[in-house]
Write a protein that binds this ligand. Structure first.
Ligand SMILES: NC(=O)c1ccc[n+]([C@@H]2O[C@H](COP(=O)([O-])OP(=O)(O)OC[C@H]3O[C@@H](n4cnc5c(N)ncnc54)[C@H](O)[C@@H]3O)[C@@H](O)[C@H]2O)c1
Ligand SMILES: [Zn+2]
Ligand SMILES: [Zn+2]
Length: 344
């Protein structure tokens, strides 16, 4: 099978000899990938900020067609167009029952092998021709007819993640919100914050092309140097300590900082004294995408909110053999490269 592997820091290999995924358990499905996104989260191991097991197929934002279902799988058949959130989930454990699918007690991350547990097999990701989906009944989601693949890729991660980021930012209709970082996650958070009634929504990013995209979605664009403060809600989707400190400084007393970036430092951006003296709230965490999709997908289908695929996906249809070059262009923040989507 053809696909990419991450073989070291900065090393993406295009391979044609990967093993075909099979049904390993009766609850598995196998999906033929139609499109798989490249995410800011893929950059953490690629740039060496996060330790992972090398040799694993990355990719956790996947839409595809079911090609095999195990005997225990309900609700899905060969030929269905489906997406899978970036973690698997059982739908029945404590966290799943409390709409926290990202912390399912039997959940796994696509495209990740824990380096501290080499005996546990990695769950291969979707930047390949096919992918095995554990717990398929409760993990997979049918893609509505008419939804473009690129929007479905955003529904597998970035859009529900942006929605979750805004949802935990204590947005008050008519009060200002800031989004720090206008990558694909930040752009999705802009759409969510506007939809939840924040006004104005100001999007900060050092890159002018990303600011322009945020403006297309209804935000006021701002350079990180701009000293605007006074936000009730601040969503941090940049992932650097500098961005997090600026995020804290922009909050009003009583404000909420929603950190949606994956932490790369061992310190909170707010000290206990600052939180006390300004009555600040900090929220963070992995987005429970599968839990959110139950209602977010129905809002999309009803036309109540629009997935920003046309604005955020700048490089659709990238062949897998261009994997190494595409990772490099995204990681170097080449102007105009916001989100690439691979197609096998
Ligand atoms: N919590 C979750 O479940 C979850 C899910 C998906 C992604 N993420 C994380 O969200 C973050 C964003 O993902 P992405 O795909 O949009 O990444 P990205 O790297 O494309 O976007 C980050 C953006 O932040 C901007 N930025 C950098 N420094 C800044 C500063 N000081 N001020 C303002 N903007 C600044 C960059 O220019 C860039 O546009 C990553 O950390 C990713 O791992 C978290
Ligand atoms: Zn992602
Ligand atoms: Zn569960």
């Amino acid at each position: 099978m053809r696909g990419l592997t991450l073989d070291g820091v900065g090393v993406i290999t295009y391979r044609t000899d990967l093993p075909e995924p099979t049904l390993e358990r009766p609850s598995d499905a196998v999906v033929a990938v139609r499109a798989a996104g490249l995410c800011g989260s893929d950059l953490h191991p690629y740039e060496g900020r996060e330790r992972v097991r090398f040799g694993v197929v990355p990719g956790h934002e996947v839409v595809g067609e079911v090609v095999a279902v195990g005997s225990d799988v309900d609700g899905f058949d060969e030929g269905d167009r489906v997406l899978m959130p970036f973690t698997t989930s059982c739908g029945a454990c404590g966290p799943c029952s409390e709409d926290l699918s990202a912390r399912c007690t039997s959940g796994e991350l696509f495209g990740y092998g824990d380096p501290s547990q080499p005996e546990v097999p990695a769950l291969q990701g979707g930047q390949a021709e096919r992918v095995r989906v554990p717990l398929a009944t409760s993990t997979l989601v049918q893609v509505p007819a008419g939804m473009p693949d690129n929007d479905a890729v955003l529904m597998a991660d970035n859009f529900p993640t942006g929605w979750h980021a805004a949802g935990q930012a204590d947005i008050v209709p008519g009060r200002p919100a800031a989004v720090i970082g206008a990558g694909a996650v930040g752009l999705c958070a802009v759409v969510a914050a506007i939809s939840m009634g924040a006004a104005p929504v100001v999007a900060f990013d050092p890159l002018s092309d990303r600011r322009d995209r945020a403006q297309l979605l209804g935000a006021r664009p701002a350079s990180p140097d701009e000293e605007t403060t006074g936000f009730r809600s601040v969503i941090e989707a940049a992932g650097t300590s500098t961005a997090q400190r600026l995020a804290v400084q922009r909050l009003l007393p009583g404000g909420t900082l929603s950190v949606i970036s994956v932490p790369t430092s061992d310190r909170f951006p707010i000290t206990p004294i600052e939180a006390y003296d300004r009555n600040l709230t900090l929220r963070s965490g992995r987005a429970p995408v599968r839990s959110i999709l139950d209602y977010l997908m129905s809002m999309v289908v009803a036309g109540e909110v629009t997935v920003p695929g046309e604005v955020a996906v700048t490089h659709p249809g990238v062949p897998l053999r261009q994997g190494a070059e595409t990772y490099r262009r995204f990681a170097s923040r080449e102007p105009g490269v916001v989100k690439a989507v691979f197609v096998p």
